[in-house]
Design a protein around this ligand. Structure first.
Ligand SMILES: C[S@@+](CC[C@H](N)C(=O)[O-])C[C@H]1O[C@@H](n2cnc3c(N)ncnc32)[C@H](O)[C@@H]1O
Length: 305
């Protein structure tokens, strides 16, 4: 996944914020389809990602899901990408997921400060409305479209050099039990097992990532030390963890904070990549900003219960 592609976000310091641009092509445009005429016209940008083989891509039916992770209702419009139908106006309640079975990519439009924002949504993918760090409404790639589980963050892997620093900062040793919340391909618990002999548990909703994590654990020869559980991390049991690692969005850290407070034993360390845990300033024992191989900056926060 190329995380360095141009994107519209004003912040450039964090790969999680970059991913929107990988699948979405942003056009801020004047849109003349009835009510709510935009008040400014911004030049259209060229599309950043084109679909190469539209025939084969269009043939299969799959589902786009749109989730509202904010606390208020949002109104947007949606239409198939070939424009053969008028955009439909929709309102999505806080917490709701709306589903669009489709053979085509779709365009979605929403208003931000009197400007219509248009994205092209890739079919088969989940998306989530959230507010960004400037409090602007934004549509992000989601991690899944499941009704029964929280969307904590889309999949973006922590670079291996940053994983190494996270584990060093947590002072992992062979007596530790490391839980990674939203473990992706399992790299954090696998490295903790291989390098320090620590036991590890990776919690992840996406079955493909779980499969990859198990494969990587076998390759690394640590399958007896690590375990991967396909479950919603907000429902997991963290009581045996001595170290918890996470690379999630700030609101997800906030959501998990009371769960960790209730379940973690005294002295357990929590290592968070890029986002601090609000309300835990008094538990913060260190933080450090490091550069990954691509020049990207990553901040690591370590807390102790
Ligand atoms: C930013 S990635 C981090 C991957 C890995 N921890 C790393 O640092 O390389 C976040 C992961 O959280 C997973 N995730 C999102 N919501 C989840 C949930 N409710 N329960 C478990 N995993 C979830 C996503 O599928 C994704 O793989």
């Amino acid at each position: 996944m190329n995380l360095s592609m141009n994107h519209h976000s004003q912040s450039t310091d964090n790969p999680l914020k970059h991913i929107t641009a990988l699948f979405l092509s942003l056009l801020v445009l004047s849109w003349s389809c009835g009510e709510n005429q935009p008040q400014k016209l911004i030049q259209e940008e060229p599309q950043k990602k084109k679909i190469k083989d539209t025939k084969s891509v269009d043939s299969e039916l799959s589902e786009i899901t749109i989730r509202n992770v904010t606390e208020s209702p949002i109104t947007y419009k949606i239409q198939p990408s070939d424009h053969d139908k008028e955009p439909q106006k929709k309102t999505i309640r806080a917490g709701e997921i709306q589903r669009y079975p489709t053979r085509k990519d779709m365009h979605v439009f929403f208003l931000r400060e009197n400007l219509w924002i248009r994205y092209t949504l890739e079919k088969g993918k989940p998306f989530s409305f959230r507010y960004d760090e400037n409090n602007d409404l934004e549509l992000y790639i989601g991690s899944h479209g499941r009704e029964d589980a929280v969307d904590l963050a889309p999949y973006v892997a922590t670079p291996l050099g940053v994983v190494e620093t996270m584990l060093q900062m947590a002072e992992i040793n062979e007596n530790d039990v490391v839980y990674d919340i939203g473990c992706g391909d399992g790299r954090i618990v696998i490295m903790a097992a291989k390098k320090y002999g620590a036991r590890g548990v990776g919690i992840e909703l996406d079955p493909e990532r779980i499969e990859k994590a198990r494969y990587e654990a076998r390759l690394a020869g640590v399958e007896s030390l690590v375990e991967f559980r396909q479950e919603d991390a907000t429902q997991s049991d963290y009581s045996e963890a001595t170290v918890v690692t996470m690379y999630l969005l700030p609101e997800s850290n906030e959501l998990l904070r009371p769960i960790l407070e209730a379940q973690l034993k005294e002295g357990a360390r929590v290592v968070s990549h890029n986002y601090d845990i609000s309300g835990w300033k008094d538990r913060e024992i260190k933080y450090e900003t490091v550069e990954s191989w691509d020049g990207e900056e990553h901040t690591i926060f370590v807390y102790k219960k």
